[in-house]
Design a protein around this ligand. Structure first.
Ligand SMILES: Cc1cc2nc3c(=O)[nH]c(=O)nc-3n(C[C@H](O)[C@H](O)[C@H](O)COP(=O)(O)OP(=O)(O)OC[C@H]3O[C@@H](n4cnc5c(N)ncnc54)[C@H](O)[C@@H]3O)c2cc1C
Length: 387
């Protein structure tokens, strides 16, 4: 028994999720067909119906959720990713978009939006990035102009998952010019708010994503998530929860790739035997399995630290390490699995072809790998200075 072995209830949860995803979600995914890259509402409704979106936040089924459990989120994401990356992404985006509301919304805001999100009726989105503020999110410029009883929002958001189709957005806007991270406020904005529009963007791998234009969108004091000028904290707390789970997504993809490769090299005949009889091939499998296991342990450790309420610095450092290592490792594993499959992996529609495209984005979003390294180094130095 290791420090991070799953207990019987967790293993049962994983089995249950795998079964639900295979039986009820996979048939509703678009794959490479028309509609891929757009919000898949029937898929979200099925996730709601089978309690999978509820699982994002945990808690008793009949109660409104109160907070999220990171390890549970990781197990959900890893398990669903190994069945369908499209279903996994749809689930994760609901969580990313709505967690700021659950975490920092007023009770009436939570009551208005969260039940629809967990039922799969209300599509949520997290709008932080702008054309001129990506990794350097504290430079965001979307302007909140003060007016009687609130603000009007003016500006653009870019690369926003689920935009422009979402029903509710968490929008981060500049309430105090020149104050960097200390002058940003998080607002909840309904998808049909006057002055809000947007368009789709097409990516290498199908993903519902787009631009948002805010042209004088009206928000009031009740629409603030958390406190005025403290929105950056809302964003960072959300990323502390979601970063390990991006690692879990990567682990799920790498596992799907490795499982397919184990099968392939065991059955593919070459040089009078199975391909796996070549020692270089067997060693490659061993290296990939080791990367995968190390990734999984970092992800579980980071999620467990979050759930145990470990000090903020430790949570942030572990989350960054898990995301960094798992996403970089998954890229290597998927690439090597393509290699071991040979030409067939490149054929449109092959599992590896899809994974090869899907595995790329997580090294960029929710903090690029370089940003994770900077976060880890900053936390190490901070820890040293307080020793
Ligand atoms: C599939 C996908 C989904 C997304 N979904 C959302 C979403 O739902 N909501 C949202 O707000 N945003 C979303 N994004 C945007 C994402 O968060 C940004 O792309 C990311 O923060 C990087 O910003 P950028 O693309 O502008 O790159 P830039 O900030 O311009 O950085 C470009 C590159 O420069 C390097 N770099 C950056 N900073 C450093 C540094 N400090 N040190 C060393 N090198 C560095 C890295 O290699 C980085 O990839 C999504 C992006 C993708 C691809």
């Amino acid at each position: 028994m290791t420090g991070f072995a799953l207990d019987a209830a967790q293993r049962q949860f994983v089995e249950h999720v795998r079964e639900l995803a295979t039986r009820h979600l996979l048939p509703l995914t678009h794959g490479a067909e028309d509609g891929a890259g757009r919000v898949n509402r029937p898929l979200l409704a099925a996730m709601g119906e089978h309690g999978l979106l509820r699982g994002l936040f945990g808690g008793a089924p009949e109660e409104p959720p109160t907070d999220a459990a990171a390890l549970r989120l990781c197990l959900l994401r890893e398990t669903i990713a190994a069945v369908s990356t499209e279903a996994e992404t749809a689930l994760a985006l609901q969580g990313l978009g709505s967690y700021p509301i659950l975490q920092s919304g007023r009770p009436e805001t939570v009551r208005r939006w969260i039940p629809g999100v967990v039922a799969g009726r209300t599509v949520a989105a997290f709008a932080l990035t702008e054309p001129d503020a990506g990794s350097d999110a504290a430079a965001l410029a979307l302007r909140a102009e003060p007016v009687a009883d609130g603000w009007r929002l003016h500006g653009e958001k870019a690369w926003i998952s689920n935009a422009p189709e979402a029903d509710v957005y968490t929008v981060f806007a500049r309430t105090t010019p020149g104050a960097g991270a200390r002058g940003v406020t998080a607002f909840v904005v309904p998808g049909d708010a006057p002055g809000l529009s947007g368009e789709h963007l097409d990516l290498l791998s199908p993903h519902p994503i787009g631009l948002l234009h805010l042209d004088g969108v009206r928000v009031g004091l009740d629409d603030v998530l958390g406190e005025v000028d403290a929105g950056f904290r809302v964003a960072m707390r959300t990323l502390d929860l979601f970063r390990p789970s991006v690692g879990a997504f990567a682990v799920g993809m790498a596992r799907a790739a490795l499982d397919a490769t184990l099968e392939h090299v065991s059955t593919r005949q070459a040089y009078g035997g199975a391909l796996v009889e070549q020692q270089a091939v067997a060693h490659s499998l061993a290296s990939m399995a080791t990367l995968l296991e190390a990734s999984r342990l970092l992800v579980y450790a980071a999620a467990s630290a979050y759930d145990a309420g470990a000090p903020r610095g430790e949570v942030t450092r572990r989350a960054a390490m898990a995301k960094l290592f798992a996403t970089e490792s998954a890229q290597q594993v998927v690439d090597q699995c393509v290699q071991l499959h040979g030409a067939r992996a490149l054929q449109r529609g092959h599992l590896l072809e899809r994974l090869y495209r899907d595995v790329r984005a997580p090294r960029i979003y929710e903090g690029a790998s370089e940003v994770q390294r900077s976060v880890i180094a900053r936390e190490l130095l901070e820890e040293r200075s307080t020793r």
